[in-house]
Design a protein around this ligand. Structure first.
Ligand SMILES: [Zn+2]
Length: 63
């Protein structure tokens, strides 16, 4: 799974599941399951937030 394949342009506002701020319509955002989150429910993330989150998980980081 590449980041490109899960990056979308928001057609309406979403709430980033990482930082809690709004992903505004027209912005690029990532739609993906929460890494390490057990659930398969997909959430919206800012691209930068998702990259940071994925990196943390990969490092075995428990914030
Ligand atoms: Zn965010």
């Amino acid at each position: 799974m590449t980041l490109d394949s899960i990056t979308h342009t928001a057609r309406r506002d979403h709430r980033c599941a990482f930082c809690g701020l709004t992903v505004q319509a027209g912005q690029q955002y990532v739609r993906a399951p929460v890494p390490g989150g057990g659930r398969l429910e997909k959430r919206a993330f800012h691209s930068k937030c998702y990259q940071g989150l994925a990196r943390n998980i990969k490092n075995g980081g428990s914030a």
